[in-house]
Write a protein that binds this ligand. Structure first.
Ligand code: M6R
Length: 364
């Protein structure tokens, strides 16, 4: 049932404040101000490396997880798409944690990668939305997302709930590794709890994004730029747009533009820049100026501070609430999803059932 919404995708985008809160609730002990994982029969403290395996949108959760886990727990993380990992004879080591991320829990490549890790003696965890799925049954540690059924082929609420669980995993690993004291953890918990309200604030820009979608819908190519976790969101934005609007889109690490892709820029190519204020902001803005100098039309997604500094001269800006860097990906995912959604609606494509795609990809 779509309720008052025109599409399942739209309904699922708007469900995010509730389902992210639901997911966080199951990992946060609010009285103790601690993050907790379900019971496990291995010690996180012995983990020396983490490998995250997934496909598509779920693999971008892995990229963001890499930033979080390396930063908080100082444990090296490798991220791979399942279809590559499986066939390159990866090096599996005893103190490695293999993490799969999957909405359906049935994606054939991810399931095969999971089985490959298990056969190699690797301890596995799974961030999974469908609790009865094959992956949910086979992982050593199930870390459920509580997004509820996701019907739209384009993954939205599963993505932000996966991020919430990934953050919980990163915090637990950091604590187990002796990298986080109680007061630092309490502060992270406070920020995580703020995420649903910030997602709500991001959703309030729906009408504005719908209005600019008509311009983007005319483009043949769209580029998305970001740094750090926002690079993963750039990839996610491009995938979402391709998937449902059939417009060619690419996500790039902002710093990579000058190594090739900048040659594509002209007045006809909109560039979506995802850049919360913070240590990486100045650098991203200078990459943004480079594309603007070549006639590129920039849509800047940033916060109040960032827009005050760099919003001038953009085709459009989308103002996000000022949030802690840890929860920023959960918030900035929203305008990225809404933009793809409204562009697809403007183009009249089948948003919930895009051509050539299946919700669950059970072939390798
Ligand atoms: O069910 P999964 O999370 O394992 O699916 C992985 C990908 O097929 C999926 O995220 C796909 O990229 C989405 N349709 C993107 O919106």
């Amino acid at each position: 049932d779509k309720g008052n919404h025109r599409h399942f995708m739209q309904k699922e985008i708007f469900e995010q404040p509730v389902v992210v809160a639901q997911t966080l609730q199951s990992y946060i002990r609010s009285v103790e101000q601690q993050v907790a994982l379900p019971q496990m029969d291995f010690a996180l403290s012995v983990i020396e490396r983490v490998t995250i395996i997934a496909c598509g949108t779920a693999s971008y959760v892995g990229l963001i997880g890499k930033y979080w886990i390396e930063q908080l727990a100082r444990v090296p993380v490798e991220v791979d798409v399942a279809s590559e990992f499986r066939y390159r004879d990866p090096v599996l080591t005893p103190n490695m944690l293999g993490v799969v991320v999957s909405q359906s829990g049935e994606t054939a490549d991810t399931l095969a990668a999971l089985r490959h890790m298990k056969a190699g003696g690797v301890t596995t965890a799974g961030i999974i939305n469908v609790p009865t799925s094959s992956m949910a049954r086979e992982v050593d540690l199930l870390l459920p997302t509580h997004a509820g059924p996701e019907i739209g082929v384009a993954s939205t609420k599963a993505f932000t709930c996966q991020l919430a669980v990934m953050a919980a995993l990163a915090v637990n690993l950091a604590r187990a590794k002796g990298r986080l004291d109680a007061s630092e953890e309490a502060e992270i918990v406070r920020h995580l709890i703020e995420a649903p309200a910030a997602i709500n604030a991001a959703l309030a820009h729906d009408a504005e994004i719908e209005a600019m979608a008509h311009t983007i819908a005319q483009a043949r190519d769209v580029l998305y730029l970001g740094r750090g976790p926002d690079y993963a969101l750039a990839l996610e934005g491009a995938l979402k747009l391709k998937e449902i609007s059939y417009i060619h889109a690419e996500g790039y690490a902002a710093g990579e533009m000058k190594h090739g892709p900048i040659a594509l820029i002209d007045e006809a190519v909109p560039i979506i820049v995802i850049a919360p204020s913070g240590p990486l902001f100045e650098k991203t803005v200078s990459n943004m100026q480079e594309v603007r100098a070549r006639g590129g039309k920039v849509v800047l997604i940033s916060d109040t501070e960032g827009l005050a500094e760099a919003g001038e001269g953009c085709l459009a800006t989308i103002e996000m609430p000022q949030v802690h860097p840890l929860i920023a990906p959960l918030v900035y995912a929203v305008p990225v999803q809404l933009l793809a959604y409204h562009v697809a609606v403007a183009k009249g494509t089948d948003v919930d059932q895009p051509r050539n795609l299946a919700k669950s990809v059970t072939v390798e």
